[in-house]
Design a protein around this ligand. Structure first.
Ligand code: B3K
Ligand code: ZN
Length: 861
């Protein structure tokens, strides 16, 4: 350990869980808000549950006074450390009053109470509440809150907290408001907002007749961009009633938007706080993907009201209990709004690109980790997206009806309490006769199982036997894996592509054979339909993939077969390129793309997905030593060759799908634009950039403008520079659009990208204190494989420099950026040593945060 480095935090282990010594039944909070000195008075009604002292969490709090049952306590009655307040000698039931001072304006971590612009906002999940007051800041302590906020009326005319506004008033220049939340909740769901905001208001009547006042609070001027968020909120409220029988349970539901936010949004009870990126949308400023992002996140946070708030988590190891389940619910919601197959395809595309990669590297962890140093590092695609896949597997295994019954049991049995993954399991098990025991291994073991198969057909007996095998490679701390319970949704296709048999098999052993009867001809199996399990299926021949890509009745597998086929031929092309051979376009790939394009009108949203070649990161994952330059070269060569060969078809498709109004954000319009812009991408790759230039100039729709800009960004000349200059002039005042300006430049494949990103870090609009801006520039750059991994190591240096500085102000975001170097061992020795050196440099930093320490040390381990 380097001199001056703080000692790494002690690991927290699931196995060490003990129930709280004291519960808090009620808490009254009184805030006198001031950026430089906010006073928080807390009154806690405590009740003993087990023997021992009262230990409260608290960080960055200046204790002003403390009283027990009304009696002021001297310093000899408590022990105060940097992170706790302990009272040894206390009764079994008592009232504790504390008064603390905090400084919101110096809180750059954006956890706890902080300033954004001129307003006060909070973020308490997972451990921000301890930066507001002394409290048992753990999710299994659920209390009823009464909150009074006092602030300067001219600066902070809007005062919001959880629950219902029960009283308000004014005293001189100050105003005050009291909010009471009747539902017990853990401290991580506490929220307050005190700011100069305006509301877009609406209402929703629940199935049982409760009238709910809805408010979306934004900065003045942003009201015009809240329509989609409000639509999504009401739609999600209705959907949860129809789909899960779950109704909203308060008379008010508020959403407040904030531009400085570490996450996407937060499900605080009755007062969701949102990153502006997931609230504000208009066709002129937001892409179709942004519109979908708003709808998904609005739905997600709303759904947390039951899966997260009413039923919460016992401890943070159970995080996926609420996150995996709520992601599953938002996926299902979105699938019901647009095309279910296209939604599944895009979810699986991102699961493979992020979660599969993490699961194969040094940061791999189970859906329920056994240990952590810093819980903020565990808001990962494994907890969220793989967690959602586990919930989906429950449903695939037991069926929709039993799953709904299991959900009803889960909610009924755990309402108003803090639950575990075992409680969810027990509810699902109670709803089915199928023995689900083995599904628990998905929570315990990290890693992506690889499934391979053998088959044999017996013409005399008319049987077909499929033998499936599973294998999971070791992950950190887990050298040997037990077999998983894997649902294999499958079909057998005859030579014409007709399904002759469909079934969901359960693969639970290392190897299992399944025999099918009355099969006269050798069939083609279509396995893992609709991606029925988060596994890698291996050993499919090209011929078979080509057949499935053309014929499978399962739309997901048709897309997947094409992706797998493209992956195989592109990886071959990478090898050929490394051996010095010229690029040659595979005939089968050309044929598949041609067929997709000519058939696009039938389902343009699906066709747009199918036309996208596998991402560079996906190709990288399939190589033993990643060669980012060769991957980029080959993928671009393939796009260029396809664009040149199919120029007429792409032009025709572009024209055919161009007739959509700029303001139309219907499913049909989104699909048309996706197809049109896919065609634009191929035409631009083939050197035809006039169309992109013209589309950029005529754009009144951000999807179209940005799609054009992405292509213009590849040109390293004045056409590009002019386009970025004019985009900047038009949008400099709109932070969310300016984020796009940064990120398109950081994602570009142009040769000078690295130098431009270096320059952009010095741009007057680049601001390390704003997480959206950091993600837009640095996050996007770190996800640009051929530029970030530039052989000189300058990309690594840029990232590490950012992490170095950012760690001092916002360790959560710094730690997150560190993961970009997590896969360093997969590269050639030169890149390995360059990345390793940067990780070591970070680790040697004085006063490195526990957040970044955990990520850098695990990456190196
Ligand atoms: N539960 C929050 C995430 C909070 C992130 C803390 N680092 C958002 C969500 O998943 O809904
Ligand atoms: Zn969530």
């Amino acid at each position: 350990m380097a001199d001056g480095q703080i000692s790494p935090r002690k690991a927290i282990n699931l196995a060490d869980y003990t129930p709280p010594v004291f519960l808090v039944d009620e808490v009254a909070l009184d805030f006198t808000l001031d950026p430089a000195a906010t006073i928080v008075r807390a009154t806690l009604n405590l009740r003993r549950q087990a023997p021992g002292p009262l230990a409260l969490d608290g960080r960055d709090l200046e204790l002003l006074s403390i009283k027990l049952n009304g009696e002021a306590l001297g310093g000899n009655r408590y022990v105060l450390t940097e992170s706790s307040l302990t009272l040894d000698d206390v009764p079994d039931v008592f009232t504790l009053e504390t008064e603390v001072k905090i400084i919101p304006e110096t809180n750059t971590e954006l956890s706890g109470l902080y300033m954004s612009g001129t307003g006060f906002f909070t973020q308490c999940e997972p451990e921000g509440f301890r930066k507001i007051t002394f409290f048992p800041d753990r999710p299994d302590v659920m209390a009823r809150y009464k909150v009074t906020l006092r602030a300067d009326q001219s600066k902070y005319p809007v005062l919001l907290s959880n629950g219902n506004n029960t009283a308000s008033g004014a005293a001189g220049t100050q105003i005050w408001a009291t909010w009471e939340d009747p539902h017990p909740k853990p401290s991580y769901l506490f929220a307050l907002v005190a700011a100069d905001l305006v509301a877009v208001k609406d209402s929703f009547t629940t199935a049982s007749g409760r009238e709910v006042a809805l408010g979306i609070w934004v900065a003045a001027g942003d009201e015009t961009r809240c329509g989609h968020a409000m639509y999504a909120l009401k739609n999600a409220m209705k959907w949860d009633e129809d789909t899960f029988g779950l109704e909203y349970d308060l008379d008010i539901f508020n959403i407040a938007a904030v531009s400085d936010f570490n996450a996407g949004a937060m499900e605080n009870k009755g007062l969701n706080i949102f990153n502006t990126a997931y609230v504000l949308a208009s066709p002129a400023t937001a892409t179709d993907a942004d519109f979908q992002g708003v709808e998904r996140v609005i739905a997600h946070e709303y759904f947390h009201n039951w899966t997260g708030d009413r039923v919460t988590c016992r401890d943070w190891f159970q995080l996926s209990l609420k996150e995996g389940l709520t992601v599953f619910r938002d996926q299902e919601y979105m699938a019901d709004q647009f095309s279910a197959a296209v939604k599944r395809i895009s979810d699986v595309r991102s699961l493979r690109a992020t979660q599969f990669r993490d699961d194969a590297g040094p940061l791999a962890h189970p859906v329920r980790p056994a240990s952590y140093l810093e819980i903020n590092n565990f808001y990962t695609t494994t907890i969220y997206e793989k967690g959602a896949e586990v919930v989906r597997m429950y449903r695939t295994l037991i069926g929709r009806e039993a799953f709904r019954k299991g959900m009803d049991i889960y909610i009924a049995e755990n309402d108003n309490s803090a639950a575990t993954v075992e409680d969810f399991f027990a509810a699902m098990q109670a709803a089915t006769a199928i023995d689900l025991k083995q599904i628990m291994r998905w929570y315990e073991q990290a890693g992506t199982p690889e499934v391979s198969f053998d088959e044999s057909h017996d013409p005399a007996a008319q049987t077909y036997t499929l033998t499936l095998r599973q294998h999971t490679a070791p992950t950190p701390g887990q050298p040997v894996k037990q077999p998983f319970m894997i649902p294999v949704a499958m079909g057998l296709l005859d030579a014409t592509g007709r399904d002759i048999h469909t079934e969901t098999l359960i693969l639970a052993q290392p190897e299992q054979s399944f025999t099918f009867h009355n099969i006269s001809e050798p069939p083609t199996p279509s396995l893992f339909r609709n991606f029925s399990a988060p596994v890698k299926l291996q050993g499919q021949s090209r011929q078979r993939l080509a057949f499935l890509a053309a014929k499978d009745t399962d739309l997901f597998n048709r897309w997947d077969a094409m992706q797998q086929y493209a992956t195989l031929v592109l990886l071959d092309a990478v090898k050929a390129h490394q051996a010095g051979q010229a690029f040659a376009l595979d005939a089968g790939l050309l044929e598949a793309v041609t067929a997709t394009l000519r058939d696009a009108a039938r389902d343009p949203a699906f066709a747009a997905e199918a036309l996208l070649l596998p991402a560079e990161t996906l190709l990288a994952d399939a190589m033993s030593i990643v060669d980012p330059d060769a991957i980029r070269f080959v993928r671009e060569a393939a796009r260029k060759a396809l664009g040149e060969t199919l120029r007429e078809d792409f032009f025709a498709a572009y024209a055919q799908f161009a007739a959509v109004a700029a303001s139309d954000v219907s499913g049909h319009a989104i699909a048309s634009r996706a197809l049109k812009n896919a065609a634009l991408g191929y035409l631009s790759a083939a050197g035809d950039t006039t169309l992109a230039g013209a589309q950029f100039l005529s754009g009144e729709n951000m999807t179209d403008t940005l799609a054009a800009l992405v292509n213009v960004a590849e040109l390293a000349d004045e056409r590009r520079d002019d386009a970025f200059a004019s985009f900047y002039d038009q949008w400099r005042a709109n932070a969310l659009v300016l984020d796009k300006w940064f990120s398109v430049q950081a994602r570009a494949g142009a040769p000078d990208t690295l130098a431009r990103v270096q320059a952009l870090t010095k741009h007057k609009d680049f601001d390390l204190r704003n997480p959206n801006r950091v993600r837009a520039l640095i996050g996007a750059f770190a996800a640009n494989p051929s530029k970030f991994h530039e052989a000189s190591g300058a990309g690594y240096q840029l990232l590490a420099d950012t992490i170095f500085t950012l760690d001092e102000t916002n360790p959560q975001i710094a730690a997150r950026l560190t993961t970009a170097m997590g896969s360093w061992r997969r590269y050639d020795t030169a890149r390995q040593s360059l990345m390793k050196a940067q990780l070591e440099r970070i680790l040697a930093k004085e006063k490195l945060s526990p957040n970044t320490y955990e990520m850098a040390s695990k990456a190196l381990a």
